[in-house]
Design a protein around this ligand. Structure first.
Ligand code: BEZ
Length: 235
């Protein structure tokens, strides 16, 4: 049996595992320091590598957009602090990617040379690499609960529009008591009621013109983009 095969990985609905770490923005105590905020905790395989560089430039450029929906960003790799600092300085001073240049990464990047945090979060996946974290993305809510997880392999750069969509969709589901269908974007119809309460929606349909039922288990209703964004951006 392979070593590491049965390391527990955090799951959706679990409390985000706690840790203290050194980062490029000082020490953090996670997730306590982020109570009241949504947070994306993400790992990348290594500093000074091209896919990771393209990701950091993109994420840093979008930091304010994520902040506008009450979401903070925290990165991690199994490199040391001085490597992180040198890499982020190189990004700012030398790299232009898709028109983004002189990009300053202001969110914390965790040093994890012991791999303690990466292992706690199932970011080391030996089938992919024993020595580098995969591209993991944990979406953690203001109560410190893991609400969604996405893993990508080393070779695949993430889609940041999708990460933003996930944060907005999770908050929309919480705020409006609905679920979001395939490829949902703010302004698209939403599913009512959330999956799991079959049969309730059609009963509630009487007199509600903005609701549409395809069958007893599949009802949607309109939800304006403005209404969604007003609530999501309020906090
Ligand atoms: C990259 O970010 O380019 C990368 C990192 C580790 C392995 C392969 C690619």
């Amino acid at each position: 049996m392979e070593e590491n095969q049965f390391i527990a990985m955090p799951r959706i609905g679990d409390k985000a595992p706690e840790f203290k770490a050194v980062t490029t923005q000082g020490n953090i105590h996670f997730p306590d320091d982020y109570r009241g905020n949504w947070v994306i905790l993400f790992s990348h395989p290594a500093d000074f590598t091209p896919v990771c560089t393209s990701e950091f430039i993109t994420f840093a450029s979008l930091e304010e957009k994520f902040a506008s929906v009450n979401c903070k960003l925290v990165g991690l790799s199994v490199d040391g602090l001085y490597s992180h600092i040198a890499w982020l300085r190189t990004i700012k001073e030398k790299i232009e990617y898709k028109g983004m240049k002189e990009v300053e990464v202001k969110f914390p990047l965790i040093e994890d040379i012991t791999m303690d945090v990466a292992k706690k979060y199932g970011m080391i996946q030996p089938g992919e690499s024993n020595t580098k974290a995969v591209r993991a993305v944990f979406f953690i809510d203001p109560q410190g609960i893991i609400r969604a997880i996405i893993y990508y392999p080393l070779s695949l750069g993430r889609n940041f529009d999708e990460l933003y969509r996930v944060i907005v969709a999770l908050q929309t589901a919480d705020l409006f008591g609905i679920a979001t269908p395939a490829d949902w974007q703010p302004g698209d119809d939403v599913i009512v009621p959330p999956a799991g309460s079959c049969g309730v929606a059609k009963d509630r349909m009487e007199g509600k013109e903005d609701m549409k039922c395809y069958d007893w288990f599949f009802c949607t209703k309109k939800l304006d983009k403005e209404e969604v964004m007003k609530k999501v951006q309020k906090k």
